[in-house]
Structures are given as C-alpha cells and as structure tokens.
Design a protein around this ligand. Structure first.
Ligand code: SF4
Length: 330
C-alpha cells in the first residue's frame, strides 16, 4: 500500500498552552464509542466528571461545551484526560486532530487541518513537499480506477500551476479555475489536451463580470456560524493584498478536496471551493494565517457549510464563473 504525506506531517507538534485558539474551544468534541465506554466505566473524580459532561446527540456521544470550552480543558490549557490518563486515553478526535487521513483502500494520503493554528502556520509557510512510502497491507480499491487516474494526473497539473510563481497570484488562481474546467472535461471522458495558460487567461478576460464581494459575504453570513469573531470579521472585512502564501493556501484546498471528486465525478465545485475560499479569506484580510485558520474552523469543520459551498458553486449568484473571474482578473 502507498502512503503519501507532506514532509511536515511527521514533525507537527501541538503547541498546547501556547496555542492562540485551542481545539478545545467552541467545538463539540465527538467521542468515539470505545473511548465513551472507557470514560463511562472510569472510577474516581475524573470518571464522575466525564459521566456528567458527556451527552448523546443524534446518536453520537459528545462533550458538552461549558463556558465556550471542552469541560476537560484545564486552567493551564492542558487536557485533564491526557494529564491524568495519558495520550492514549484521548478519544479518536482529540488523538488525531489536526491530522487528516484520506484512505482510498490501496493508498492513503495524510495531511494537516488548517483549523489548527500551528498547522495553519506550517501549511502557509512551507511549500508542501510530498513523500511516498510503500508499506505492507491495504485493500482492493473501491473507487473508479479510471477516474482516479485522471484525478491524480490533473491534480499534479493543478499543483504545477500553483507552483509557478512567475505571474501575479490572482492570475494564477484564475488559471486554477480555468484548468478545473479542463480537468472536469477529462474526467468526463474528453481527450487529454495540453493546458495553455496564456490563451486561457486571454479568453477569461472576455468572460468576466464585476465582482460582488457583498454578495459573497452575504452567502457566508447565511451559513452556520460558530464564533462571534467570525461574525464580526464578516461584518467588517478589511481586504488584504495577494501574498504568495495564497498559493500555498490554494494548494492546501487542492490537496484536501481534489481526489474527493472520485465519489461523484464533480471536480468543478471542488475547484471553485478552493477559489471561493481564497477570495473570501483575501476579502476579509487581517493576518492571513489567522483568517485562514478561522475560516477553516468555521467552514471546513462543519460538513453542512462545505456542502452548502459545493452546492452554491453552481447555484449561488455570488459564485458564477464570470463573477469569480472578475474578482480575480479585474
Ligand atoms: S489547535 Fe492545534 S496547536 Fe492548538 S491545542 Fe489543538 S492541536 Fe494543539
């Protein structure tokens, strides 16, 4: 079986008490069955407290947020379960966060989640070099192998577009969107054709409509909102400049979502998700790492929000292709 991960994956370390926005804040932590059973059977004050704060919701066990934090969070910013029982006693969510696993059966891809501040710092400062190793095990692929071959090949091309730092950042993001349509065509069975960036950009210039950032913000205000900070940021955007780190940001979204199109053959909405995310983060401005991390916490960690954007990529007037190109090229 093939395992692929960015070189920084194994060196990630949680910065715990130095973390500016702990993963123990605001989120309902979902407790897996094995951990929930262990916690329920635990004796002593920690067991008593765990039984008090765990609750059932939609068939899942979750920790009840108290004063905006996980009730296991201690004043020294450490986790009470980890401190008293050790790392292995953490539930799966906490043991793995912010590590992402995409398991396709015969190959696995690992990554880090942008919603962790330390992971965001690494992702937006370090070009992702991927390493691959072969390990024993694995299962028969359950995906459409032909589609996966196209997705792997076109993702390499998308990565190459983002790695080219010779053109303005916004032009590169426009090219990513344009290439997304070509890649979708190949996924749908079109012949493989060379990608011509210059002629793509020239054609796109005739296909732009005035950007409407207010419409985009309105769309995001209609999604589920977790924190007051996010609500305030949406109300008071402070548009930033196009920094090279946006290429790393787009690369993160491509790495995370591109192959997921194997499940429904819809690549364009995922490419648009990457572009829309970069546009919104750019529009909100502020410190890029913080804005991107907050975006991920609000949007990526809520599957309903992600699905709303994937749908909105086709249905919302905020995200028509000409408007997105206008926001990038005008
Ligand atoms: S958000 Fe990241 S750095 Fe912060 S406490 Fe959680 S894992 Fe550690």
């Amino acid at each position: 079986m093939r395992i692929t991960k960015p070189t920084y994956f194994d060196t990630f370390r949680c910065i715990a008490s130095d973390c500016p926005d702990s993963c123990c804040k605001e989120w309902d932590v979902q407790v897996d069955e094995a951990a929930a059973a262990q916690y329920r059977a635990l004796s002593g004050p920690l067991g008593d407290r765990l039984r008090e704060v765990m609750r059932e919701e939609d068939g899942e066990t979750v920790m009840t947020i108290i004063d905006g934090r996980c009730p296991m969070w201690r004043a020294d910013s450490l986790c009470r379960i980890q401190a008293e029982l050790g790392h292995e006693a953490l539930c799966k969510t906490c043991r793995e966060f912010p590590r992402l696993t995409h398991d396709y059966g015969d190959f696995i891809e690992y990554g880090l989640e942008l919603s962790c501040p330390e992971a965001a710092r690494i992702i937006l400062s370090t070009p992702a070099e991927m390493v691959t190793e072969e390990v024993p095990g694995g299962e028969e692929p359950e995906y459409d192998e032909e589609a996966m071959e196209v997705l792997l090949r076109t993702r390499d091309m998308a990565r190459a577009i983002l790695a080219d730092t010779n053109r303005p950042i916004n032009d590169t993001l426009a090219l990513l969107l344009i290439y997304g349509y070509q890649a979708q065509g190949e996924l749908d069975g079109a012949e493989v054709a060379p990608f011509e960036p210059q002629s793509g950009l020239e054609a796109a210039l005739h296909f732009t409509a005035p950007a409407n950032p207010d419409l985009m913000v309105e769309f995001f205000q209609g999604l589920e909102i977790l924190t007051e900070e996010w609500s305030a940021r949406l109300k008071h955007p402070a548009t930033g400049s196009w920094d090279r780190a946006y290429l790393l940001l787009a690369r993160y979204f491509i790495d995370r979502y591109w192959l997921q199109a194997v499940s429904d053959y819809d690549l364009v909405s995922r490419v648009k998700l990457a572009v829309i995310s970069c546009l919104l983060i750019h529009h909100l401005g502020g410190d890029l790492t913080r804005t991107a991390q907050l975006y991920s916490k609000e949007i990526e960690n809520d599957i309903d929000n992600i699905e709303a954007i994937l749908d909105g990529a086709y249905a919302s007037p905020a995200f028509t292709d000409d408007r997105l190109l206008g926001a990038l090229l005008q």
